[in-house]
Design a protein around this ligand. Structure first.
Ligand SMILES: [Mg+2]
Length: 374
């Protein structure tokens, strides 16, 4: 028990434009539309959380903010914020789905708990295994020449990991782009492929084999999320490691994925699992099954990136790095008071109590799409 009580919850909804359109096998994205949760205690501590949905993947920002305000808020006012599992257990009981709203709630509770104890979030969930990790940038602009310019600038910044979003145009376009990047940067570039469910199961193997010639590190989610048998087949016959993203959300999905060996790698995302601690459960199942993990993200601000970075700082092994690039290279602006810490192609784990980052209220007001729910 702590001496602190939750006094108020506010759900802000904001929309930050992107620097460029990003195309994916499952649709185009032009900005970062998220719900930001602000929890305050009767002792004057503020904790921040973010729900970063994608309508074609997890849900909507409108639903996340309503879930927080209408369905979760009444169970939280007057409660002790450090009893994180108690509140997350409540959230799972009163609300089906909505993993992004649950992730936002856990994030804000852990931020407050960290500020009370002086510990950072990665220390609260097990400890800091690393201070930094490599950053992957996603190549997803339908104008490939614009992408090549961005890659050249990022290459000078020290970025070496690039993930192609494929399957949104024709197969020849995908082959041309991957071949070109390998030709320009040689063996020094780490190329990954993400179809976002964009292939038809019947000819997925043939398409992936064409791209294997350019030695990608992995191929992510080639087929639809429910086509798990097809995904397992692809994993079995293709030499390049296959990653499940949309097909594995939470510990139950990870258990099925491990038992049926649907992939060689799982993408961990707090917005899929409903928080950092559930994502660590996914990581534990993967580890027991000999499945590698990867630090994925949605269309997020630096706030959710910070939470994701604490998650990936706490996992025992991390060989495939992470992709928290949105705040630095995708959003027109961020909502944090200090820039999200990316330097020379590496993401640095924020230091300081809680999430180690602070939200600028002026930026929330600037990008607000409606008055906060409070
Ligand atoms: Mg993905």
């Amino acid at each position: 028990m702590s001496d602190h009580k939750i006094q108020s919850l506010r759900a802000h909804r904001i929309n930050i434009p992107a620097k460029a359109v990003h195309s994916h096998g499952s649709g185009d994205v032009t900005g970062i539309h998220v719900a930001i949760l602000e929890i305050t205690t009767d002792t004057g501590i503020t904790g921040w959380g973010e729900a970063s949905p994608w309508p074609v993947f997890t849900g909507t920002a409108e639903a996340a903010s309503a879930a927080l305000h209408i369905h979760l808020r009444p169970h939280l006012i007057g409660q002790d914020p450090v009893q994180v599992e108690k509140h997350m257990n409540m959230a799972e009981k009163v609300l089906i789905g909505h993993p992004e709203a649950k992730a936002a709630l856990e994030m804000a509770l852990l931020d407050i708990t960290g500020k009370i104890t002086g510990l950072s979030v990665c220390e609260l969930v097990g400890g800091k295994m690393r201070n930094d990790m490599g950053m992957s940038f996603s190549i997803a602009n339908p104008d490939f020449n614009a992408d090549l310019d961005d890659v050249a600038a990022m290459w000078d910044d020290g970025v070496r990991i690039f993930k192609f979003k494929t399957g949104f145009a024709d197969h020849k376009f995908d082959v041309m782009r991957v071949e070109k990047l390998r030709k320009i940067y040689g063996d020094e570039v780490d190329i990954r492929i993400d179809y976002n469910q964009g292939l038809w199961a019947y000819d997925a193997v043939r398409c992936i084999r064409d791209l294997e010639a350019f030695r990608p590190t992995f191929v992510e989610q080639p087929v639809k999320l429910h086509e798990r048998e097809a995904l397992a087949h692809i994993t079995h016959v293709i030499d390049t490691p296959i990653m499940a993203d949309e097909s594995v959300f939470d510990p139950k999905g990870a258990l099925y994925g491990a038992q049926h060996r649907i992939a060689d790698i799982f993408s961990l995302k707090i917005m899929k699992s409903g928080g950092i601690r559930r994502a660590l459960e996914v990581a534990a199942i993967a580890r027991a099954a000999g499945i590698e993990i990867y630090g994925g993200c949605m269309f997020e601000t630096g706030l959710a990136h910070a939470a994701g970075t604490h998650l990936m700082a706490a996992v025992p092994d991390l060989v495939l790095e992470a992709e928290f690039y949105m705040a630095t290279y995708y959003a027109a602006e961020d909502i944090l008071t200090e820039p999200f810490p990316v330097k020379h192609g590496r993401i640095h784990v924020p230091t300081g109590p809680g999430l180690g980052v602070e939200v600028d209220p002026e930026m929330l007001a600037k990008y607000a799409v409606c008055a906060p729910l409070m």
